[in-house]
Design a protein around this ligand. Structure first.
Ligand code: MLC
Ligand code: AMP
Length: 499
């Protein structure tokens, strides 16, 4: 499959006017035909304000039928879809908008416009001036036919530099990956996906939604993950996808058992490491072996445990078809023998075409022979299962959301009374890892950690704000002057927080 329209066309239900695509928790259904009409009207709106093929459309709205229609409208108009975390502050959005230069920005009502873009609003139900404008447009649209190498989406992801950069994903990247997952996970005509993930990341958007559209079936579309609501809808569904936190929260509820999972055929986990204990507890409670897979924004999905065959806890399975994965010596770059731990690199049709406006960074993240450096550390076990054992990049994954310590440190270091800071991830039963800050106050300064967190929250999305702040007199440094984060992780994992 070379483009998303080709992929979605192949799976299109025979009678789109009766086939449900989205079912809201209220029971309201959006059929494939209704989605066609809504996305057509939205594509007209985009064109009416001057969007041309290749232009970016930046979107920061709550999850609703409208967000799916807008994603499809962008594809139909040949625009590049740029979704943003709904938790981002105005400062964070302003940075992305300045970098991506979108022609259109869609935000929740009451949030700030930004120069150079046409602002539309849409609320949690999809109402707002975007929907109003769409209501005045025709319900059919002459789709722009994309080439495989045309950009379909620009997803921002931070790096070790701490400033987010846009990963350019082409139609070929997304179509090949969804097609591979669709096959690997054995999608069926009677599948119903329970969709509780956010739709501004690869997981909820490119894994979940693209697979459902490739299959021509429906999803129960929840606005967010909520244990009660998920438990209510699980019995009517067959597939569930989540980050590990979804599973630990479900397992924390005694109502979650084999009965609630009676019709389920597949539970998928990814975006962060799934503990073997969660895998085991899930098997014991529900009889299901979670299928863990591995991916990245830049590469979409890389590896997956098998649908048939052993789903091995603590591993992310085998590379997907056509995706090459190798483990190399981080120093020499030479491929390592099976069993040895090294840097994970990936090459294949799924791998993005580069970072937006960052050719130098792009070339440094690829090897001479075209493998992308993931920044993850891993090894292959004797049976060929890939095990991720850590990360060489300075990254915390909290509840499936990536937090880049340098970005948080920059903000903390700029706050009154702070001399310097180091941000680390510490094991957390709910979030997998929790963001923790170790702060050195300026000499004589009285730093109040509650006020410090509140000040950081003004600049950073809530998930990036340290859950715990430790005050110390100095940070441990090595001979090169580099902060020894491993020492901090070791020390603070066993001491009590000071707040
Ligand atoms: C929300 N908050 C978090 C958080 N999510 N804090 C730390 N870590 C998180 N993951 C903060 C909010 O900012 C808010 O703070 C407060 O917690 C309450 O918000 P909430 O929305 O009520 O939180 P909650 O419902 O508990 O959300 C947790 C969650 C959610 C785990 C359900 O984060 C989630 O859906 N995560 C999935 C992320 C995901 O899809 N990742 C895929 C990335 S793609 P305040 O200050 O505002 O009150 C990728 C590639 C791949 O990685 O391989 O898939
Ligand atoms: P992101 O930049 O948000 O796309 O996050 C990608 C990173 O998430 C990867 O580089 C991994 O570090 C991590 N990740 C994704 N899936 C898994 C998994 N199944 N196990 C461990 N880490 C994972």
């Amino acid at each position: 499959m070379q483009t998303l329209p080709e992929l979605f066309g192949a799976g299109r239900p025979r009678d789109p006017s009766t086939a449900p695509l989205l079912v809201a928790p209220s029971g309201a259904v959006t059929t494939y035909a209704q989605m066609d009409e809504r996305s057509a009207s939205l594509a007209h709106v985009l064109c009416s304000v001057g969007v041309r093929p290749g232009d970016r459309v930046a979107v920061q709205i709550e999850k609703s039928a409208l967000s799916v229609a807008l994603y499809l409208a962008c594809l139909r108009a040949g625009a590049v879809y740029l979704p943003m975390n709904t938790g981002y502050t105005d400062d964070e959005v302003a940075y992305l908008v300045a970098d991506a230069e979108p022609a259109v920005l869609v935000r929740s009502p009451g949030r700030a416009p930004l120069p150079g873009t046409h602002l539309f609003t849409a609320d949690a139900e999809g109402a707002g001036d975007l929907a109003d404008a769409a209501a005045r447009q025709p319900t059919a649209f002459d789709d722009v036919a994309p080439a495989p190498d045309d950009l379909a989406a620009l997803l921002y992801t931070s790096g070790t530099t701490g400033r987010p950069k846009g990963a350019m994903l082409t139609h070929a990247n997304l179509a090949s990956n969804a097609s591979a997952l669709h096959r690997a996970w054995g999608f069926r005509p009677d599948d119903v996906l329970l969709h509780a993930l956010p739709v501004f990341h690869a997981h909820g958007l490119f894994v979940a939604i693209n697979c459902v559209l490739a299959n021509g079936t429906s999803m129960i579309f929840l606005p967010k993950f909520d244990v009660d609501v998920v438990l209510e809808h699980l019995p009517g569904t067959t597939i569930f996808m989540g980050v590990p936190t979804f599973y630990t929260r479900l397992l924390g509820d005694p109502r979650f058992d084999a009965g609630t999972c009676e019709h389920m055929r597949l539970f998928v986990s990814g975006s962060a490491p799934l503990l073997a204990s969660t895998h085991d507890e899930m098997r014991r409670r529900t009889g299901h072996a979670i299928l863990e897979r591995y991916g990245m924004t830049e590469t979409t999905m890389i590896a997956s445990n098998p649908l048939d065959g052993e789903r091995r806890a603590g591993t992310v399975g085998f590379p997907l078809p056509d995706v090459e994965v190798r483990v190399v010596d981080p120093e020499s770059g030479g491929e390592l023998p099976q069993g040895e731990i090294g840097a994970v690199q990936v090459r294949g049709p799924n791998v993005f075409s580069g970072y937006w406006k960052r050719p130098e960074l792009t070339s440094s993240e690829f090897t001479g022979d075209g493998f992308f450096r993931t920044g993850d550390l891993g090894r292959f076990d004797a049976d060929g299962y890939l095990c991720l054992v850590g990360r060489s990049k300075d990254l915390v994954i909290s509840g499936g959301l990536n937090v880049y310590p340098p970005e948080v440190e920059d903000v903390l270091d700029g706050l009154e009374g702070v001399l310097e800071s180091a941000v680390i991830g510490l094991p957390d039963a709910d979030l997998g890892e929790a963001v923790v800050a170790v702060v050195v106050p300026e000499p004589g300064a009285q730093v109040d950690v509650v006020a410090l967190r509140a000040a950081a929250r003004e600049r950073l999305a809530g998930f990036k704000v340290p859950k715990v702040v430790h005050l110390v007199e100095a940070l441990p440094r090595n001979a090169m002057g580099k902060v020894e984060k491993a020492k901090l992780r070791e020390h603070f994992a066993v001491t009590q927080p000071q707040i």
